[in-house]
Structure formats: C-alpha cells, structure tokens
Design a protein around this ligand. Structure first.
Ligand code: C2E
Ligand code: CA
Ligand code: CA
Length: 439
C-alpha cells in the first residue's frame, strides 16, 4: 500500500465515522466533539449557544406514500437548503432518522436566533421537486440555550427535544424555546405516567356511567361507561388528561382491557336485575383497536360474562378512524361481526369526511357537545346539528346528542327528531350503584 492509498483509506474511515452517509453532513459523533470545542471557546464570553433540534413533520407519511428512496432524497435536498442559510456560526448535524441538530454559537441577542429560525422554517416549506413530483414538508423545532437551560449537551438536547414536542402539539411547522412551563407540563406528564403504571393493581381505577335517554318517551336506553382515576398523591385526574398519556406510553392496552372487563361485569349484573333492553357504550382508542388480539379479547369477555353482544356498543372518535381509514374500517367490520354496535364519537370535530361516512361500518353517530352548546346561541351550530341529524337518518344511523344541559337544547333536538340525548340535563356520570336504579 503506498502512502496515497493509505491516506485515502484513512480519509474514508474518518468520513464514515464522522459524517452521515445519506446527507453527507456531520453525524452525532462529530457534533458532540464540535460542541465541546464550542463550549471551551465560549467559556469566557457573555455570549450564548443555542441548540436547535428539529424533525420533519409526518416524515413517516412521506416514506409511506412515496417510498424510502424519495424519503432519502428529501433528506438530502433539505440539508442542501439548510446549508445554504448557514453562515459559519452554526454546526449542523443529522442525529438519525429525520432528526437534525444545529448548534448556533456566539448569540449575543435573541433576535439573531429568531431570525435564523424564521428563515429555516421558510426555506423548508417550499416544495421539493423529486421525480417530477412536488412534495411539501414542514419541520417542528425545539430550542434550548446554553448556559441558561443547562450546561451539558445531553440535557440541552433533551430539553430542546421537549420543546420540539410542544411545538408539534401546538400545530407543527413552528419553533418553541424550552421554558419553565414546558418543564412543568412534562414533569406532570411524567408523574401521571409513573402513577398510572400501578393504578390498576392499587384499585385506583373505576367506572362511572352516564345515562342515555331516548328523546321520544324520555326513557333510559343505555349508558356510557367513563373511566375515573383517583390517586393518593395526585388526587382526581381527568380522563381527558390521562388517556392521551396512556395512549402515548402504551399503558392504554392494559388499562383498556381493564375498562372493558369492568364495564362487562357491570353490564352482566344489570342484565340480571332488569328485563329492559339497554346497552353499555365503552370508549376505545385506535391503539386498542389495532392491538393484535383485541377482537378475540372482546369475544372472550362476552363469553366469560355471558353478555348478549347487542348490549355492547363501542365508541370511537371520528379523528381516530380517519387517521388510517382502510385498516380501521376492516377492524371495525370484524368487531361488528361479534354482534356489538359501533358509535362514531365527537362527530363534527375531526376531519368530517362526509364521503367516508357511507363506508364506515357504524350504527350510531354522536353529535359533539360543541354543536349542542350552540343551540339557541348561534345559528351555525343549529344548522350543523340539524344537518348531521338529517344526514344520519338518511344513512340509517341513530343519532345521539351529547352534552345536553338545558331544556331548550332538548326541545330543539326533539324538534329535529334526534333519537337520543345524553348530558347533565338528565344526569352526570354516576357510580354503578346509583345508575342501577335508573333503569
Ligand atoms: P367523551 O367520550 O366525549 O365523553 C363525554 C365527556 O363529556 C365525559 O367527560 C362526560 O362526563 C362529559 N359530559 C357529559 N355530559 C356533559 C354535559 O352535559 N356537560 C358537560 N360539560 N360535560 C358533559 P369525561 O368523563 O371527563 O371524559 C372525557 C373524555 O375522556 C371522553 O370524552 C373520552 O374521550 C375520554 N374517556 C373517558 N373515559 C374513557 C374510557 O373509558 N376509555 C377511553 N379510551 N377514553 C375515555
Ligand atoms: Ca364517548
Ligand atoms: Ca364525545
């Protein structure tokens, strides 16, 4: 081997261990070393260092829709665009997947970094031309600042990552600086997740039931089962707060099974104590629906508690079905084969894809509370409520109005021939012992 060859090989090895092979920009290793240099050089100065962490919004969709080759092409083009706006004060690296980090050094004035971030968002937003296709993407950015937020790279990256998640929650295609508020939200989420892990075994979870009343005849014809959690340290926590955390952490699988079993137990008890027909509606998230074995679990539970399937309804939100329509339709059809019914929850708040409504294997449509709130207040809501009822009837669906709180709302819904109403006007969700007497 001559000296030139040796030098070439050495360069190659160096390149491979310090640069990313798809985009050619520095990798995490290079970034980490460079960061230390920046910190060492920064130690005496008053200037700050910004850690800018971002990923591509819905990059998975781009890969799924166009394939990985085009996905890689987009990563490459994105890097080229970003490199064009760097001016020597930034160190840009790919951390893996669609995650990138930029260290912005010698910041004297916050305006500098804001201007840079605005430019970054703008540059990315322009469509990418790949294989004669125009592909649009956006990024969400989280920023942490050295030494204000932390003086260690791992913590700076973590806090910037948290800020990025907040940016996504707030609607993506934006940047967010790490701050105390984010830190508190995340602390709370972490505490909830931790406590939730032992909530079932500590008997902290129970179900309450809210009656549904058939408007004609004002008779109770069913109940919605709603989960409740009271923890010793955290107190009462609303499902609106902990269900999303359970979904993100995977805890919803066990929790969901527990909810189904508890609701079935109560259903079977109620079946024994009354001759009237009724149904119990149970909320499920799409993570449960898509979990292997969900349908056989439901089937086993129906058998175990000896429940005729027509007593059970599952509520699933509109937004959730629309996220993965084809797959979810298949699963719902299978679920319905067991003999249970399906309600589309929170209708009107999601993507409202009316064209899909025909194809969805549903029996019931629940008009979201926000439209019911508008009855007697704004004509638009009334008009929407009326249209939803008419549309549902033309598709042979039963309509439930949720969140009915006043006589006036009920009167209007009755006039519009809405089938069922649910809300504080009749009853809040109550413990089983209380609702047992209602039927
Ligand atoms: P949702 O399925 O839309 O449930 C209706 C929510 O509205 C319930 O809140 C109920 O207590 C409340 N509500 C009912 N009538 C009225 C009314 O007249 N006025 C007002 N202001 N509110 C009314 P809750 O129990 O806090 O549940 C919130 C959300 O948490 C539910 O919304 C559902 O998305 C989720 N959730 C609750 N229980 C479960 C469960 O067992 N499993 C799953 N996956 N999600 C659940
Ligand atoms: Ca519901
Ligand atoms: Ca609802």
């Amino acid at each position: 081997m001559n000296i030139n060859n040796e030098k070439n090989t050495e360069q190659k090895v160096h390149f491979m261990s310090y640069y990313d092979d798809i985009t050619g920009i520095p990798n995490r290793k290079m970034f980490t070393e460079k960061f230390q240099e920046l910190i060492n050089n920064n130690s005496n100065s008053k200037s700050q260092l910004g850690i800018i962490f971002f990923d591509i919004d819905n990059f998975k969709n781009i890969n799924d829709t166009y394939g990985h080759e085009i996905g890689d092409e987009i990563l490459l083009k994105l890097c080229e665009r970003i490199e064009n706006i760097l001016d020597g004060r930034q160190t840009f690296a790919r951390f893996g997947g669609d995650e990138f980090v930029i260290a912005f050094s010698n910041i004297i004035n916050e305006k500098e970094i804001n201007e840079f971030l605005d430019e970054l968002l703008l540059k990315v937003r322009k469509p990418f031309e790949v294989n004669n296709k125009k592909i649009y993407c956006t990024i969400s950015i989280g920023v942490s600042v050295y030494p204000k937020d932390a003086d260690r790279l791992d913590i700076l990256l973590k806090t910037a990552d948290m800020a990025m998640h907040k940016a996504k929650e707030e609607g993506k295609n934006r940047y967010k600086f790490f701050d105390v508020e984010i830190s508190n939200i995340l602390k709370r989420q972490y505490e909830i997740e931790k406590a939730l892990r032992t909530a079932i075994e500590n008997n902290e979870i129970f179900m309450v039931f809210q009656p549904k009343i058939s408007i004609k005849g004002e008779k109770v014809n069913g109940f919605e089962a709603l989960v409740r959690w009271v923890n010793n340290e955290l107190g009462f926590i609303s499902p609106a707060e902990f269900i999303p955390i359970a979904e993100n952490s995977g805890l919803i699988i066990d929790l969901g099974k527990y909810i189904i079993e508890e609701s079935f137990k109560k259903c079977s008890e109620l079946c024994c104590s009354t001759k009237s027909k009724f149904h119990i509606a149970i909320n499920i998230s799409d993570i449960q629906l898509r979990e292997e074995g969900f349908i056989s679990f439901v089937s086993e539970m129906l058998e175990k508690y000896n429940i005729p399937p027509e007593y059970i309804e599952f509520e699933i939100t509109e937004g959730v079905i629309m996220q993965s329509v084809v797959k979810n339709i298949e699963l719902l059809i299978e679920l319905k084969r067991l003999g249970v019914s399906i309600a589309l929850d929170d209708f009107g708040t999601g993507y409202s894809s009316l064209s899909y409504l025909k194809r969805l294997p549903i029996d019931v449509l629940k008009i979201d509370k926000s439209f019911v709130d508008g009855i007697g207040v704004d004509e638009k809501s009334e008009y929407i409520a009326e249209s939803i009822i008419k549309l549902s009837h033309s598709l042979n669906l039963r309509v439930v109005a949720e969140g009915v709180e006043t006589k006036e709302q009920l009167g209007y819904l009755n006039k519009m021939k809405c089938d069922v109403a649910q809300g504080y006007y009749f009853s809040k969700p109550e413990k089983f012992e209380v609702i047992k007497e209602m039927i």
